[in-house]
Unconditional design. Structure first.
Lengths: 194, 153
């Protein structure tokens, strides 16, 4: 009897993984957005592509470092999710794609992303490559006219795109959303695609 | 006015007494009935602009309007507001922030905030920065902002 019960418990995760419809707290975009694909410069100066992140769950966010309010809010939100994920976070990467490559050099980005989370990676590159990636996920951004000091504002999409370990687009979250919802779904994604 | 407000007012008066170039509008006028609490700055690396946040409570019978702010720790301070709509985030300068009589306004991430640019001195988490909040009627109030790390929440 006891053995049978243990077996049943051992099979539970498998059953869950095979279940026809899993419950997601966030908005599912499965099948509606293309797989992760890019070639950009990482915050350590090296060329990085989506292939470098296969095997990791990716949280993709578009922002810029001269953004004192909403970008830090999004990065802090993701950092809190990572903290709550515990060891699962080792298999998760935050990709912060700069939509302001003129000011966001790899060094600036490196200091910026690491101020939030050690598992965050900054990506920059030429404008065309960034625009191509943004278009791929229908992310819009506009840069304002520089003022006398050369400062300018950037308007950008607020979504956090979540990809599974195979690079498939799965979920979309917002930085003003519920942290536990993100934690729940990322855990489920980590378990489901193992 | 609560004790904190009185302390801030005393601080502002002292600061002005020691500063001959204090604006005439502020000199001699009563302290603003503005209580500032939970004041903090999210410090980003290098010289990236920082966000300043606080709860501003109007303890008086008349509406107040915050029109500018300045600090000796930053060369430029602007009043900003982040807004989001249709999935887009944007940030823009505002000419003032109204604080209703006996009401309060919260400057918080994702909404109203102070945009603090170009540090005049190096800052680190744990430091305290004085920011002077200036009202439309010329009165001003100093407030102590706690410097916190980038991922503070």
């Amino acid at each position: 009897m006891r053995i049978r019960m243990l077996l049943a418990f051992a099979l539970l995760p498998l059953l869950a993984a095979c279940a026809p419809s899993q419950h997601w707290e966030l908005t599912s975009i499965k099948g509606h957005m293309p797989d992760l694909k890019f070639q950009l410069t990482g915050d350590q100066g090296k060329t990085l592509t989506a292939a470098d992140f296969r095997g990791k769950i990716v949280l993709l966010y578009f922002g810029y470092t001269h953004c004192p309010d909403v970008c830090p809010l999004a990065m802090t939100h993701m950092h809190m999710v990572m903290q709550k994920l515990g060891p699962v976070a080792d298999g998760v990467r935050i990709l912060f794609v700069s939509v302001d490559p003129a000011r966001d050099t790899p060094q600036v980005l490196h200091d910026y992303v690491n101020a939030f989370d050690p598992r965050a990676v900054g990506l920059t590159g030429d404008d065309d490559a960034i625009r191509a990636l943004a278009r791929r996920y229908r992310v819009a951004f506009t840069r304002g006219k520089p003022d006398a000091q050369g400062n300018y504002d950037v308007t950008h999409s607020s979504g956090i795109y979540i990809f599974d370990k195979q690079g498939h687009a799965r979920l979309i979250a917002t930085s003003s959303g519920d942290i536990d919802a993100m934690v729940h779904d990322i855990r489920q994604l980590a378990g489901a695609s193992q | 006015m609560n004790r904190l407000g009185i302390l801030f007012a005393a601080g502002a008066a002292l600061a002005m007494a020691g500063n001959a170039s204090a604006t005439p509008a502020a000199a001699g006028s009563a302290a603003a009935p503005l209580a500032v609490s939970n004041a903090w700055i999210r410090l980003l690396p290098g010289d990236l602009p920082a966000g300043g946040y606080a709860t501003l409570r109007n303890t008086g019978d008349q509406a107040l309007r915050l029109t500018s702010a300045h600090s000796n720790a930053f060369r430029m301070v602007m009043l900003h507001q982040s807004t989001h709509g249709k999935g887009m985030e944007s940030m823009h300068m505002v000419s003032g922030i109204d604080i209703p009589a006996h009401g309060e306004v919260t400057l918080a991430p994702g909404g109203y905030h102070l945009m603090l640019m170009h540090r005049s001195r190096s800052l680190k988490p744990g430091d305290t920065v004085t920011i002077t909040l200036k009202l439309a009627d010329g009165r001003q109030q100093d407030a102590a902002f706690a410097v916190r790390p980038a991922n503070a929440h």
